[in-house]
Design a protein around this ligand. Structure first.
Ligand code: SF4
Ligand code: MG
Length: 330
């Protein structure tokens, strides 16, 4: 098996005074070696929780997380420690994940030190090379995070994540806290590094243009569940699930003449609470195509015959041959 990440039936519930938040409710997702999978959906859909469980920063309530063929679902912190060099998470806001008391050089070199992969001059050389790879001047090694710009800080956290050559990188909204003017350069950096090093990447974002640019495959998440999964080009050319159609219709189209420019689908109502998700299809309260069956029976994510089985969708109205109604025509 060539998967770097294999998530199977992942469930993460949080129980508090208000009840049980069903943040993730049965997500299965695989990432192949060198593959970039985009995970998209509204905020509150559970994307970040999937990402945190994927690198075992969070412990799943049920289901299984396998990294490089090794089941890490229930490993203790201690047992996880030596494995941690194989998977890293780059957070949305680098300021909160970089220790303000440490210098940039110490931050970037920390994983190498912890895993005893370099020390002394060799460590200093590795750190200098890493800074160069993420486009930072060597002098910055002596600075502290607050002396850097947001874009530079995110480059530092990328350098740290890649210092030990992980097989899997989870990037959770890596550019959304940055100025629009530097977002593209950080995305380009990630794309370049990924092409060179071929790590598998789970790229979590609500930025559809970014995901279209970066991802090989896209998974669409809604209220704790995946509703569609497809190769990126196919998803953008022909979204099957009404929720995907709505998401894409709301995204700005870079080229207005592009054939995929589609009628805007405006979803009525709020994203329902994961404390009390709707019965049947969790999208039925906002779906322009909902029928009686949708309120009663939850659709299952299933493989379509169309496209050689590379597409999956969970909607009662999408046929196995891929025939799907267009929510924009309603
Ligand atoms: Fe809409 Fe029904 Fe399909 Fe759910 S199953 S997306 S409610 S048509
Ligand atoms: Mg999030």
């Amino acid at each position: 098996d060539d998967a770097v990440l294999d998530i199977n039936g992942l469930v993460r519930h949080f129980t508090g005074p208000a009840g049980t938040v069903r943040a993730v409710d049965g997500v299965s997702l695989g990432i192949g070696r060198g593959e970039i999978v985009g995970l998209v959906g509204e905020s509150g859909s559970g994307k970040s929780t999937v990402g945190r469980c994927a690198v075992r920063l969070d412990r799943p309530t049920a289901g299984q997380v396998t990294i490089n063929g090794r089941d890490v679902t229930r490993l203790s912190k201690r047992a996880l420690r030596p494995l941690r060099k194989d998977f890293h998470l780059v957070f949305q806001d680098p300021s909160s994940s970089l220790d303000p008391r440490m210098t940039v050089g110490a931050i970037v070199g920390q994983p190498l030190r912890l895993h005893r992969l370099a020390s002394g001059d060799a460590l200093r050389d590795r750190v200098a090379a890493l800074l160069a790879q993420v486009g930072l001047r060597p002098e910055l090694a002596r600075r502290r995070p607050h002396e850097l710009s947001g874009g530079q800080r995110q480059r530092v956290s990328i350098a740290r994540a890649l210092s030990v050559d992980p097989q899997l990188l989870v990037a959770d909204e890596p550019t959304s806290a940055l100025d629009v003017s530097v977002q593209a350069s950080v995305l380009n950096l990630l794309a370049d590094l990924q092409r060179e090093r071929r790590f598998g990447c789970l790229f979590i974002t609500h930025d559809l243009a970014a995901v279209e640019y970066l991802a090989d495959r896209i998974a669409v998440m809604h209220l704790g569940q995946l509703v569609e999964q497809a190769p990126a080009a196919e998803l953008f050319a022909d979204p099957k699930h009404p929720y995907t159609q709505a998401l894409l219709s709301a995204a700005p189209v870079p080229d207005p003449a592009a054939q995929r420019s589609r009628a805007r689908i405006v979803l009525s109502g709020e994203l329902p609470s994961p404390l009390d998700p709707p019965s049947g299809c969790r999208f039925h309260t906002r779906c322009p195509l909902a029928v009686d069956r949708c309120r009663a029976e939850p659709p299952v994510l299933r493989r379509l015959a169309e496209g050689g089985g590379r597409r999956q969708v969970s909607c009662h109205l999408v046929a196995d041959d891929g025939t799907a109604p267009d929510a924009a025509t309603i």
